[in-house]
Design a protein around this ligand. Structure first.
Ligand code: LHQ
Length: 264
């Protein structure tokens, strides 16, 4: 499939997916959902994938659903279709990807745009970027996992006020609240994102993917189950060539050369 609403590149296992409807602040329409689905299928099927970056073209990251896509005056609409067919599978796939997913919030994020970012593993934002939950302004409930991720990341008091008041957060606030990893000065943003992606593309991917899964699964389990999960995952990681390479490189005081592979 060739893409019109996204861009997808891959170099040395580092995928970069750019939402590309800048005149609509990269809001999602049906075509964009279809193209993102196709891109994720490609990435999921690539055993050499090491990291995925999601970002936006132009001055925005993503303004959520394209509000021009539906005629709200044409009769009752079934809004469960968007979450069911598009947003829920997207969030589930990002969370399940066995590689780190980095979100580079290059400008305003609103509605599902915030919650898709929150579903990614590492989120950085341009210092000038803003975050707006937006749903409450049009009488909707946050979807795309917002009611799950936001209270866990920010705490309920902040998640609730962010949602109900629809106040815009600056990137600095978002970082201070735990919604994102960090805000980066605008003029350093591209270089720092590149450095994060380069680091993750050269990392022991199986171990990172295991850590991602262990942290995410801890949200729905207790300490005992988490300890058991860590034990079982450590067994698998210990059988990976990257474990041996990491220890050998440490002892030999050299830079490790990781392949990303799992147990062999
Ligand atoms: C847009 C949009 C947009 C179209 C800006 N659509 N054009 C799931 C399931 C089912 C149904 C509903 O939705 C969902 C998930 C959702 O995400 S619902 C929430 C949808 N998103 C919003 O409600 C956000 C609406 N946008 C905004 O509040 C503001 O535009 C933000 C805060 C994103 C940016 O504000 P500004 O920086 O002041 O920019 P702007 O408002 O001037 O927008 C720039 C252009 O982008 C403008 O077009 P124009 O032709 O006038 O330059 C906007 O119309 C367009 N745009 N968001 N979601």
């Amino acid at each position: 499939m060739s893409y019109e609403t996204i861009m997808l590149t891959v170099t040395d296992g580092a995928y970069r997916l750019t939402l590309n409807r800048p005149d609509k602040l990269n809001s999602f329409n049906a075509q964009m959902h279809e193209e993102v689905r196709d891109a994720l299928t490609r990435i999921e099927g690539d055993a050499d994938a090491r990291v995925l970056l999601i970002t936006g073209a132009g001055r925005g990251f993503c303004a959520g659903q394209d509000l021009g896509d539906r005629d709200v005056n044409a009769g009752p609409l079934d809004l469960s279709q968007g979450p069911q067919n598009d947003y829920n599978p997207l969030v589930r796939r990002l969370v399940a990807l066995p590689i780190p997913v980095v979100c580079a919030v290059n400008g305003v994020a609103a509605g599902a745009g915030v919650n898709i970012a929150a579903a990614c593993d590492i989120v950085v934002a341009k210092a000038s970027a803003k975050f707006a939950q937006a749903f409450s302004a049009i009488g909707l409930v946050p979807d795309s996992g917002g009611t799950y991720m936001l209270p866990r990341l920010m705490g309920q008091a902040r998640a609730m006020a962010f949602t109900l008041l629809n106040e815009r957060l600056t990137a600095e606030q978002a970082a201070a609240y735990g919604l994102i990893w960090k805000a980066i000065p605008d003029d350093e943003f591209g270089a720092e994102v590149d450095a994060i992606i380069a680091k993750l593309a050269a990392a022991p991917t199986f171990g990172l993917g295991s850590a991602k899964r262990a942290i995410r699964e801890s949200w729905s389990s207790g300490l005992d189950a988490s300890l058991d999960r860590e034990r079982d995952m450590q067994k698998q990681c210990g059988l990976s060539p990257d474990y041996r390479e990491g220890v050998n490189a440490f002892k030999e005081k050299r830079v490790p050369r990781f392949t990303g592979a799992g147990p062999v």
